[in-house]
Design a protein around this ligand. Structure first.
Ligand code: ZN
Length: 218
């Protein structure tokens, strides 16, 4: 079974991806982690990626796809959860083609939804540790001591990209991309939208329910 999980920044995607991977035996493909691992491995590809990341450019689609392809081919017999990929219709088409070559399919596409106002409130309430990169949310995941990192004791800062204008622009871009992806995956049973309200356990229960319902229909 293959699942895509997407949602706006600040919605708790990676928390949910962790829960799905741990509780439901999915192998998680996280674009961010995969890029970081490849850079750390100092491979030829990793060196190329590092150049893009350091210059603040987007890593081109063909490089990203190499990583996806490698992961999918190595995990053909495992349930896979894609997080942070695909982001565009072009990427979704490339992934569809790869899966179909391997006799596989994309089974469930889960959009975690939250109103723009709520996303905005969550994002502006974030604290970031400049030392160990931990991220806190003053509403849903506050540090134990106010403004101090639980992990290393550093004083938390607001991420520089969390200014109001930048957030509004990111949300708008996300909404445009999501609309196109939703159209691309628009098939009964495949595309599922859930609201990210309640605790992380409540959100996870909704996701688990959808995944189980799909498994039972096969
Ligand atoms: Zn820290």
């Amino acid at each position: 079974m293959r699942i895509v999980l997407f949602g706006p920044p600040g919605v708790g995607k990676s928390t949910q991806a962790d829960l799905i991977a741990q509780n439901m035996h999915f192998k998680r493909f996280s674009m961010g982690d995969t890029l970081r691992d490849e850079v750390a491995s100092k491979s030829e590809l990793g060196t190329k990626i590092k150049r893009y990341v350091e210059s603040g450019e987007l890593v081109p689609d063909d490089i990203v796809f190499e990583l996806v392809k490698k992961f999918v081919c190595e995990n053909q017999k495992t349930d896979i959860l894609f997080e942070g990929y695909p982001r565009t219709v072009r990427q979704a088409e490339a992934l569809d083609a790869l899966l179909s070559q391997l006799g596989l399919s994309m089974d469930v596409v889960l959009e975690i939804h939250l109103s723009d106002d709520e996303v905005f409130r969550r994002l502006t309430n974030r604290g970031y540790c400049p030392n160990c990169s931990s991220i806190y949310n003053y509403d849903t995941h506050p540090p134990k001591v106010d403004s101090i990192c639980d992990n290393c004791g550093q004083k938390l800062v607001t991420r520089s990209d969390d200014s109001e204008e930048v957030i509004r622009r990111r949300l708008q871009l996300y909404a445009e991309q999501t609309k196109k992806l939703a159209n691309h995956y628009n098939a009964p049973l495949v595309y599922q939208r859930i609201r990210a309200e309640g605790t992380k356990q409540e959100v996870f229960d909704k996701i688990a329910h959808i995944i189980h319902a799909y498994s039972n229909k096969r």
